[in-house]
Design a protein around this ligand. Structure first.
Ligand code: ASP
Ligand code: MG
Length: 389
């Protein structure tokens, strides 16, 4: 019995039926004696829908207004969930990020949490209520509403767990934890019961969607253990914590489906910045050797037409741009990597998958392939390097 922070993702709150089911499990947990602070994401694809609407009225929407818009998504979830819990006869109250005392920098769309002043949450807990908090949002010292970047509700949950010295931080989604590859792509994916912060952060940065990379970084700094679980039945979970439990490193295959590769000769300084600032894409890799540039930009969290924006910037800079996918094989020992790269080349060749580029990094090996080869490449790498060993 203690204080538990739970977070429910958009897929667990896809409609009012799913939301009612979440309310029921919160109520039964509360009745077992735990105090609960529940962080919610926007329902289903609400955030995407709101961002699409913004693009329908403006090609270059102002970031402040985007934050005003998308924070409404989490407000809908929090109010409905609170009502559903009250309807089950238990006292609940919802708070926005600002009311929860989540103070951030003033960087709209990508604000960082500076401090949490959870007085109102604490008072509500002390009076025996279940507290529901709108994730992904805060308020700046300039009193502007801000958001923490896509998938930011995980960070809200971790920050609250730290500020309230919670006994547990549980992140609920539609998968029961972290796997050696995406279980939706590959039935042989192996469940990973425990991961180190660094392993999880790398998996998230190279494409694992279960947990947000910023949230992991926050948890690592604050020493918060994260339990990734599936909403509803079952107790299987993955725990992300400080390593050193003697477990051997695991091998995993992760992927970013929507990547744009730009290459050519550098025409000036701050080239990388131009790409990131104009398109909102995330720079996954930038190699500059002499005059040669090669940039890999992740388009996962930006609008679909951002690919056009990237191609236009590339053209203006006299660079070539290609849309492709990035697969990453993680967790091999350094001396295994070189032979693994050769084996992978052979595998891809036999399967008639064109390898556009490869790169050996500290964490593993990157493979750039055509977007059509994303699924096939993933299952191939997983079958050879994970299932066979
Ligand atoms: N609703 C926001 C998003 O879709 C935040 C979150 O889900 O964590 O990015
Ligand atoms: Mg969402």
């Amino acid at each position: 019995m203690g204080l538990v922070i739970q977070k429910y993702g958009g897929s667990s709150l896809a409609n009012t039926e799913a939301l009612n089911a979440v309310a029921n499990s919160i109520v039964s947990r509360f009745k077992q004696g735990d105090a609960l602070v529940v962080v919610v994401s926007a329902m289903g694809k609400t955030t995407e829908d709101l961002l699409r609407k913004a693009r329908e009225v403006s090609q270059t929407p102002c970031q402040r207004e985007l934050d005003m818009l998308v924070t409404a998504g989490e407000r809908i979830s929090m109010a409905l969930l609170s009502m559903a819990i009250q309807a089950a006869g238990v006292e609940a109250i919802s708070f926005t990020g600002s009311q929860s005392g989540i103070i951030t920098t003033n960087d709209h769309q990508e604000a960082k949490i500076i401090e949490v002043r959870p007085q109102r949450i604490q008072e509500a807990l002390d009076s025996g209520k279940i507290v529901i908090v709108a994730g992904f949002q805060g308020v700046s010292l300039e009193r502007e509403v801000t958001t923490l970047g896509r998938g930011g509700s995980d960070t809200s949950a971790v920050a609250l767990a730290a500020a309230l010295a919670a006994d547990a931080c549980e992140i609920y989604s539609d998968v029961d934890g972290v796997y050696s590859t995406d279980p939706n792509l590959c039935a042989q994916a192996q469940h990973l019961p425990s991961l180190d912060y660094k392993e999880m952060k790398t998996m998230a940065l190279y494409g694992a969607k279960v947990l947000n990379a910023d949230a992991i970084a926050f948890a690592q700094r604050a020493g918060i253990e994260i339990r990734a679980r599936k909403t509803g039945e079952g107790r299987r979970e993955s725990v992300v914590r400080r390593g050193g439990d003697g477990r051997p490193a695991f091998v995993a295959v992760v992927g970013l489906k929507q990547v744009t590769r730009c290459l050519g000769l550098a025409s000036g300084p701050s080239l990388e910045q131009t790409f990131v600032e104009t398109s909102g894409a995330r720079m996954v890799a930038a190699h500059l050797s002499g005059q040669d540039v090669e940039l890999w930009l992740d388009r996962t969290n930006i609008p679909e037409d951002a690919s056009d924006t990237l191609h236009a910037i590339a053209k203006a800079q006299d660079l070539k741009a290609y849309d492709c996918s990035l697969l990453t094989l993680l967790g091999l020992t350094p001396d295994r990597r070189i032979s693994a790269l050769e084996e992978a080349r052979m595998l891809f060749k036999e399967a008639s998958i064109d390898l556009l580029a490869t790169r050996v990094v500290d964490e593993g090996i990157n493979f750039l392939v055509g977007s059509d080869d994303f699924e096939k490449g993933t299952t191939l790498l997983h079958a050879h390097f994970v299932e066979k060993t």
